[in-house]
Design a binder for this molecule. Structure first.
Ligand code: UD1
Ligand code: UDP
Length: 355
C-alpha cells in the first residue's frame, strides 16, 4: 500500500504528524505532498522542525489568495503529482482548501480517499470550512470520525455505514506524544514571566471573525474587560491574518493583551496547559485544551466540536458582552470532564483500517 499524505496548513501538519510517525514505524510506503497554503516559518516550517517530520516530497508553494484561485492552483498541482506518483490511497485531514483540492483531485483520478476528522458539522454554510467538509466527506471512501456524534451526522446525510470508522482524533495522539517532549524544552512560562494559572491565552483567526470589523472589535473589547476584571495578562499569539486585519481596521491592542507572533507547537502546548482559561475560535485549540483539562470559551456562534460543550469543557460566547460574562461563569465551574476524542491511538487505528 502506498499512501499520499496531503497537507498545507498549521493544524494539518500537527494532526497528520502522528500518521506520518506511524507510517515510518510500520514501514508503510508514503509520501507527503504540501500545498504551501501556509508558508511563513512560524505557520509551517517550525512544525516540521519541532516534530522532526521528513521533508515533503512535493511542495506546490501555492501561497495565499482568493478561495477560487488558491483552490484551483492546488487542484492542478495535486492532479499532476498524483498522475505521475500514483498512490493507492490519499489521506487528507480536516476542512481547509487544501483538503477540498486534495479530495477533488483524487476523486477525479479514481484514487481512494481517506478523510481524517470526517463528519464535523457547524451547520453554518457561511463558513468556507463547512463547504470543504461536506464535499470532502461525500467523495471520500474511508471516513475516519473522531466521535460517535460525527458518525451519526454522516449517517444522517446518507453516507453508507461501512465507509465510516470511529477512530478518535489524531489531535490526542499529537498532544500525548509531544507534551512530555515539550516539558524538556525551554520553559515558555519563564520566557514570558508567567505563573501557572495566572494568565489567559487567546487565539483568533476565523475569517468570519477577524475579517469583520464589529466582531474583531468585540473580541478585543472582551480581552480588555477580562484584563480589567481579573488583573491578569492575556497572551495572544496572533495568526498573520489577524495581525493584518487589526492593522487594516486601525485597532489598538488593549492594555493587558500581549500580542505575540504565532509560536511553535511545543511552546503552545506548555502555554495551554498552564493557562487559567483559553479563549479561541480555533478548532484544534478547542480540542487540545479539552484534553489538557483547561476550560475554554469559543469566540463564535456555533462549533463543529459540540462534544466539548456537552462534557462541560467549553462555552460558546460569540464576540460581545458574553465574553466577560462567560469568563466569570467558566471560572466558577468544575474542571473535571471526560476527553471525548479517544485514547491517542487514532493514527494506529486509521492505518489498520486502511491496511
Ligand atoms: C486556513 C483555513 C482554516 C484553518 C486555518 C488554520 C481555509 C479556507 N482556511 O485559514 O480553515 O483554520 O488555515 O490556521 O482553508 N498568511 C501568512 N502566512 C502564512 C499563511 C497565511 O501571512 O503562512 C496570511 C496571509 O495574509 C493570508 C491570510 O494569512 O492571506 C489567510 O491565510 P489562508 O491560508 O487563506 O487562510 P487561514 O486564515 O490561514
Ligand atoms: N498552535 C500553535 N501555535 C500557535 C497557535 C496554535 O502551534 O501560536 C497550534 C495549536 O496547538 C493547534 C493548532 O495550532 O494544534 C490549531 O491551528 P489553528 O488554530 O491555526 O487552526 P484550526 O484548528 O482552527 O483549523
Amino acid at each position: 500500500m502506498k499512501i499520499a499524505i496531503i497537507l498545507g496548513t498549521r493544524p494539518e501538519i500537527i494532526k497528520m504528524s502522528p500518521i506520518i510517525r506511524e507510517c515510518k514505524k510500520q514501514g508503510i510506503e508514503y509520501y507527503v505532498l504540501h500545498t504551501g497554503q501556509h508558508y511563513s516559518y512560524e505557520m509551517d516550517r517550525i512544525f516540521f522542525d519541532q516534530l522532526q517530520l521528513p521533508e515533503a516530497k512535493y511542495n506546490l508553494d501555492v501561497g495565499s489568495g482568493l478561495h477560487g484561485k488558491q483552490t484551483a492552483k492546488m487542484l492542478a498541482g495535486i492532479e499532476e503529482i498524483l498522475i505521475k506518483d500514483r498512490p493507492d490511497v490519499v489521506l487528507v485531514q480536516g476542512d481547509t482548501n487544501t483538503v477540498l483540492a486534495g479530495a477533488l483531485a483524487s476523486s477525479k483520478l479514481h484514487i481512494n480517499i481517506g478523510h481524517v476528522e470526517a463528519g464535523l458539522r457547524s451547520f453554518n454554510r457561511k463558513m468556507p470550512e463547512e463547504t470543504n467538509r461536506i464535499v470532502t466527506d461525500h467523495i471520500s471512501d474511508y471516513l475516519f470520525t473522531p466521535t460517535e456524534t460525527s458518525r451519526k451526522y454522516l449517517m444522517d446525510e446518507g453516507i453508507p455505514e461501512e465507509r465510516i470508522f470511529v477512530t478518535g482524533n489524531t489531535v490526542v495522539d499529537a498532544a500525548c506524544q509531544n507534551l512530555e517532549i515539550s516539558k524538556n524544552g525551554a520553559n515558555i512560562l519563564d520566557k514570558f514571566g508567567l505563573k501557572e494559572k495566572e494568565y489567559f491565552i487567546a487565539t483568533a483567526h476565523r475569517a468570519e471573525n477577524v475579517d469583520d470589523k464589529k466582531r474583531l472589535s468585540g473580541i478585543l473589547k472582551g480581552f480588555s474587560q477580562i484584563h480589567h476584571e481579573f488583573k491578569l495578562p492575556l497572551i495572544f499569539p496572533a495568526h498573520p491574518r489577524t495581525v493584518k486585519m487589526i492593522n487594516e481596521f486601525g485597532f489598538e491592542v488593549p492594555e493587558g493583551t500581549h500580542l505575540i507572533e504565532p509560536i511553535g507547537y511545543l511552546e503552545f502546548l506548555q502555554l495551554e496547559k498552564g493557562a487559567k482559561l483559553i479563549l479561541t475560535d480555533s478548532g484544534g485549540v478547542q480540542e487540545e485544551r479539552c484534553i489538557l483539562k483547561v476550560p475554554c470559551m469559543t469566540l463564535r456562534e456555533n462549533t463543529e466540536r459540540p462534544e466539548t460543550v456537552d462534557v462541560g469543557a467549553n462555552l460558546i460566547v460569540g464576540t460581545d458582552e458574553r465574553i466577560i460574562q462567560g469568563t466569570r461563569k467558566m471560572l466558577e465551574s468544575s474542571f473535571e470532564w471526560e476527553n471525548p476524542y479517544g485514547n491517542g491511538d487514532a493514527a494506529e487505528l486509521i492505518l489498520k483500517e486502511l491496511q
